[in-house]
Design a protein around this ligand. Structure first.
Ligand code: CA
Length: 228
């Protein structure tokens, strides 16, 4: 079945170019021309990935991204930023985007990023228990939702996949290299530091005291271990 991609972009030319190219690659596409329509479609439809422009009418791409995550959706989001627009990667992680491309970009580069994000996006194997409860934290692997005390914890696609991998491998020391391979897939721009940044971000969102982590613990010199 074709993977479904939602394009939220107000420039009609770029929207058409992207639609044509993605369709020729076998993806199924849908479009929105402003932030409000984009958020509506992203949260009501079922998309495997969202391409999201930052500068949009009615609602900015940053706000759309944050609200998609707030609504509990964890599909990968690639943001398109204008040339010269400084994007704070830390802010990006906080609002839940998975990747950025600066305009103008090569379509081949965008396709490569899409493939990298979708490759790791397959649903959790059915043999795994689907809903896990850790204290007040509830992780639903099939429904791809995470909540604490009944409130949705907004996670990016990468954060969700990282958490899913931890949950599926409890009590096992996982090296940064293994996490990179299993969660990111090897790619040139990823480094082990990326794992640390995402683990830090998950701790901020999930640990009762992120400075004294008890859920995702560091194994000095080796990596991380999920204690549940
Ligand atoms: Ca725009």
């Amino acid at each position: 079945m074709a993977e479904r991609i939602l394009i939220i972009e107000d420039e009609a030319d770029l929207r058409m170019t992207l639609t044509d190219r993605l369709k020729s690659q076998g993806y199924s596409t849908d479009c929105a021309g402003d932030g409000v329509e984009g958020l509506e479609k992203a949260t009501k439809g079922s998309y495997d990935l969202v391409i999201l422009d930052v500068m949009l009418p009615l609602k900015s791409g940053f706000d759309v991204c944050r609200d998609i995550r707030k609504a509990g959706h964890v599909m990968p989001i690639i943001m398109l930023t204008a040339r010269g627009q400084l994007v704070d990667k830390v802010l990006g992680l906080k609002i839940g985007a998975d990747d950025y491309l600066t305009k103008p970009f090569e379509l081949l580069e965008l396709l490569a990023r899409i493939e990298a994000l979708l490759r790791r996006g397959a649903v959790a194997p059915a043999k795994n228990t689907e809903v896990h409860q850790f204290g007040t934290l509830r992780v639903d692997l099939r429904g791809t939702s995470v909540s604490r005390n009944g409130e949705t914890v907004p996670l990016s696609a990468r954060e969700f996949r990282l958490l899913r991998y931890f949950v599926q491998n409890p009590g096992t020391t996982l090296s940064r290299e293994v996490l990179l391979k299993e969660v990111w897939g090897y790619s040139e721009e990823t480094f082990t530091r990326t794992v640390d940044v995402h683990v830090g971000s998950l701790r901020q969102k999930l640990e009762p005291d992120p400075k004294q982590p008890t859920m995702i613990v560091t194994v000095p010199g080796l990596g991380y271990k999920f204690m549940g």
